[in-house]
Design a protein. Structure first.
Length: 582
């Protein structure tokens, strides 16, 4: 959509308001023809401005009912202006000027179905006059190209109006003999019902309102587009890919009930143009309020997941099959985590300080009731002892302040207040409180027994959820997006099932990332997202989160890692790659 320039747009509004004043003045004088001419000035001026600013690419007025129509003495601006300035008490002069401009003699016709559109680079004004289609064509400068007059092929209906068949003005000069030819105008007379002056002025006013509304809407859109973000040519994020001007216009003025804005949702991707995704939700409602963008990004990232698709959960560990490294030669450790957020309390980019404190209170109370192999201790980041801090660092449990992507998203506000870590006595079950999500629930241990790890995770989630419900809350969840998370990549299961695995040869292969994509896996360094591998050890996890159950995604990780280990062995021994990678 091309925007009407602000200067031209405001000028058009002034023209419309001036024409409304002219129509009122001519009503007082009793000149209906003058009123038509006044309307012609307004519409003609608006059309010319629309044309010069490129607004002809959209339909700026479509007045389909007769009572909403404008007088299509909508003609060339200069001729209409001349008619408008003719003395109101000189009805013959008014009639001649109007006839010269429109090809219609001094009859009070009826008009309806006024439309403005663009055809082959020209602005076309069309209307029905007593049932006969008329047309007036302007170029991009607002100059008349053709018309105004009946559309070709409508002569059979011409008897409905007075048709001027000779030159527009009487006393036309013949350039060949320098003589003045007599006026030989021929008309077919059949009078149409005449509108009263009051009805005509009301019709004009409604039409001018429509034109002014179209201009003001366009000016508003132009102002909104001033905030459209600039992306570098090298930016490959899903934000850049899907944030079209139309999507931006649809979302930019919206705010969630929690007060989270669209600009806040996309700020991380604007600041960090090396982002893969580039947007975050500030609350559960972000996914519906900003759906024109989130739906597109989710569909793209989650393998074609549609806005009408539904998500199914399955935490039954008995359904898992196999072990990717039964000998224990490659997999160092296995870790499965999910995210959970509490409905009604904001997500990290949009959570308030009070909401974050409430989250910590609810979760700490729930964790205090854990028992058996899940029983443990909570450590607050705000008042942790130095001894506890050193031990958590040594155990690699202590999470740090969010990276630059989360910083730009607003997730690091008030750090480290209301953040903390829980782990069980065996240090195989952890909960991070108020990190990227309100809860990161983690089950982990040495080796590759994913089934045992998944079973512990499932029991821990159930125990926490029971206590959250007892406190009068519930997890944020719906049938479409599953469990709600701050990053759209985590919606659905919110699950990341990963291993730290030694792949020195596979990791150096030029097709490594391509293989992972084929297996629906995501590789990264052992120190988290955006980090590098160390010593040929990689963190390999399921890529997908949404549209497949927890059991399916853990099985995807098990099978994929098993294939990569087979490839590592093949490369080390110079043997053929597994068939899955050929």
């Amino acid at each position: 959509m091309m925007m009407l320039g602000r200067v031209a747009g405001r000028a058009a509004v002034r023209s419309v308001r001036h024409a409304r004043l002219m129509s009122s003045t001519t009503q007082a004088s009793g000149s209906s023809v003058g009123m038509k001419a006044a309307t012609a000035v307004a519409i003609g001026s608006a059309v010319a401005l629309f044309a010069s600013e490129g607004l002809g690419s959209t339909k700026v007025a479509s007045i389909k009912k007769q009572e909403e129509s404008a007088s299509p003495a909508a003609a060339a601006v200069t001729a209409a202006a001349a008619a408008a300035t003719t003395p109101a008490n000189n009805s013959n002069s008014d009639t001649a000027a109007l006839a010269a401009d429109t090809g219609v003699a001094d009859v009070e016709p009826t008009y309806d179905q006024l439309n403005i559109k663009e055809v082959d680079g020209h602005i076309v004004l069309e209307w029905n006059q007593n049932g006969v289609p008329f047309r007036h064509v302007f170029d991009q400068e607002g100059t008349t190209v053709a018309g105004p007059g009946p559309v070709s092929g409508t002569s059979a209906k011409a008897e409905a109006v007075h048709v001027v068949e000779t030159p527009a003005a009487s006393g036309a000069t013949n350039a060949g003999d320098n003589k003045t030819e007599p006026d030989t105008t021929t008309t077919t007379t059949k009078a149409a019902p005449a509108a009263t002056s009051e009805e005509l002025v009301a019709s004009i006013s409604r039409s001018l309102d429509n034109i002014e509304r179209a201009i003001n809407t366009n000016l508003s859109q132009a102002s909104t587009m001033d905030g459209f973000p600039r992306f570098s040519d090298s930016c490959k994020s899903l934000l850049k890919k899907h944030l079209s001007p139309d999507v931006y216009l649809a979302c930019a003025g919206r705010v969630t009930p929690n007060g989270f804005t669209f600009d806040a949702a996309i700020q991380s991707g604007v600041d960090n143009q090396d982002s893969g995704v580039g947007l975050y939700a500030g609350d559960e409602e972000s996914y519906t309020v900003f759906a024109p963008l989130f739906d597109k990004v989710i569909e793209d990232y989650h393998n074609g997941y549609k806005p009408w698709d539904t998500h199914v959960s399955d935490m039954d560990s008995s359904k898992l099959q196999g072990n990717p490294d039964p000998e224990g030669d490659f997999v160092l450790s296995t870790r499965i985590r999910v995210g959970r957020n509490i409905r009604g309390l904001g997500l990290s980019p949009g959570v308030s300080r009070a909401q974050r404190r409430e989250v910590e209170r609810i979760v700490v109370d729930a964790l205090a009731k854990m028992d058996a192999d899940l029983k443990g201790k909570y450590f607050s980041l705000s008042n942790m002892s130095e001894e506890d801090r050193k031990q958590l660092v040594a155990d690699h449990f202590l999470f740090k302040k969010g990276d630059r992507f989360l910083q730009s998203a607003g997730a690091n506000r008030d750090w480290p207040e209301s953040r903390g870590i829980f782990h069980n006595d065996e240090k195989t079950f952890l909960v991070w409180v108020n990190e990227e999500d309100q809860m990161r629930i983690i089950s982990m241990q040495k080796g590759s027994d994913a089934k045992q790890i998944f079973d512990r995770l499932s029991r821990g989630i159930d125990a926490i959820e029971q206590q959250v419900k007892a406190a009068g809350y519930e997890f944020a969840h719906n049938d479409h997006l599953g469990y709600i998370h701050s990053c759209p990549t985590n919606c659905g299961t919110g699950m990341r099932a990963s291993v730290h695995v030694k792949l020195p040869n596979v990791g150096k292969h030029p097709n490594f990332k391509q293989w992972c994509e084929k297996l629906r896996l995501q590789p990264r360094g052992i120190h988290g997202e955006h980090s590098e591998s160390e010593g040929g050890v990689y963190d390999i996890s399921n890529k997908e989160r949404l549209g497949k159950s927890e059991v399916q995604l853990v099985q995807t990780m098990i099978d994929g890692v098993k294939t990569l280990i087979a490839a590592e062995k093949a490369l080390a021994e110079d043997k053929p790659l597994p068939s899955d990678l050929q």
